[in-house]
Design a protein around this ligand. Sequence first.
Ligand code: PLP
Length: 547
Amino acid sequence: MNADQFRTAAHAAIEEIIQYNTSVATGTLPVLPAIKPGYLRPQLPSHAPNNPEPWSSIQPDIAKSIIPGLTHWQSPNFMAFFPACTTYPSILGEMYSSAFTAPAFNWLCSPACTELETIVLDWLADALHLPGGFRSDSPNGGGGVIQGSASEAIVTVMVAARERYLNRRADARGLANPSPEREKWIAEMRPRLVALSSDQAHSSTAKGAIIAGTYHRMVETTWEEDLAVQPGALERTIKKCIEDGLEPYYITLSYGTTSTCAQDPLHLLAPVLEKYPDIWIHIDAAYAGTALICPEYANVDVDPSTSNNGTNDTIPIPNGMPPNTQPPASDTSLLSQPSLSNPHGALPAGPQTWSAADSFNTNLHKWLLTSFDASLLYIKSRSDLTSALSITPAYLQNKHTDSGLVTDYRDWQIPLGRRFRALKIWFVVRSYGVEGLRGHIRRTVRVGGVFEGLVRDTREGRELFEVVGRPAFGLVCFRVRPGAIPRELVGVGDGSAVEEPEEGVETENGIEGSPFGTVEQQEHGKGNEQSGTKDKKAQSTPAETAE
Ligand code: PLP
């Protein structure tokens, strides 16, 4: 493909992307694809093509074979898992990143990649009201790095925590570094280490412990305490591990668990953890962390001159949720309205509360209008990462690295090569501004409040559902009220999310009509009732709304 062919192909692709986003934004496409497992193989040749194909024969397969097999995460009717918003500025960032492809592992590999990442992560450390120690210019030598996923961030800090723990212990025993004795002692100690998290923490901590080659023990939580870790339970778990001959070296505290958005209260747990100063404290805020961009969540004073104070939704979000999202007029009494003094279900967080944390992660690709992947990882002492992960063979040596004046992000992560992800974040932050991003968080939290109000509405004939646990941020967990469904109907509808196409209308794609839905589907929103999810995180709309 030469430049002229690229121009034609890229214009056609962009038009199709815009058409796709517009269709998804209207909610007219069913969220789940109406296909069966294995749908794709019969549609594609059994071997890779021997001869080149023109773009004009490649592109139609997007509409014919790919879109029919997509689950539309950008649909306003997608209510599973978590919001995974993308926006046009973010898509543009991915385009440039792809065009500049540079696996920029060292500063020298592409200085702009490294330097923009450091600057943008410092911007966000401030915007998210994180402790100052996470900035790259902090006296303690902190900093942020973009990882591909929260799981990757977590396993990376677990390895750093493991090495820090073992080396501190080896130093305390006076074992020379390096020495065969030290190496042997560390190798024998390593399998005794135990990572901790609550029984509600995301499975990435358990997986991280497997990869780090250590034990993993869970601190029990209870419904009475909103499924958050309590100081007594934490201390009992640590003591039991020690009694069992294990050495606690790391803990994940969640700021927003996957199931219920529970928040482990570091301000209450710190006195326990202070007794075990070698335990690395990591805060996993994969979903809820981006809410810290709003001062009311970060527990810092709101400056009325710089904040829209949560009440002004007129700041335009070019492709986001329409402003002034309100419940239906008749239902305004049901609005559970989070406010600056009552942020929705949030526990204290922010700079004062989290100064004890060694590291923190949040996913911009969940709630902050950035395409997958963009996981921010902040660390209080970057030397903990680099001393655990830095290996510099001859082919990676260069005078800039030797000078110590540059950052080589390869030493802050597991892979060597890395994508230019800072670009899309830069574009998003500049396109919306911090105030625009706050507006987006507040609007979506308010949608959660509206939804909660509707679920709690027990007026006659509406007693089918009940809220479970404490709603937090944009998440409202709910269930069918026990006994509300006649026994004979229980189970009806299970597994029906992937519907069989109606007989006689099956096309070669396995779905009815065009990939964007038939005109009738678009007009009547057919299929929108399919999602059948148990819980709902308030969803941002996709890259374009139907405004
Ligand atoms: N931590 C929490 C609290 C999550 O909710 C999730 C995913 O939903 C993860 C970690 C893992 O995220 P990732 O897919 O970025 O690894």
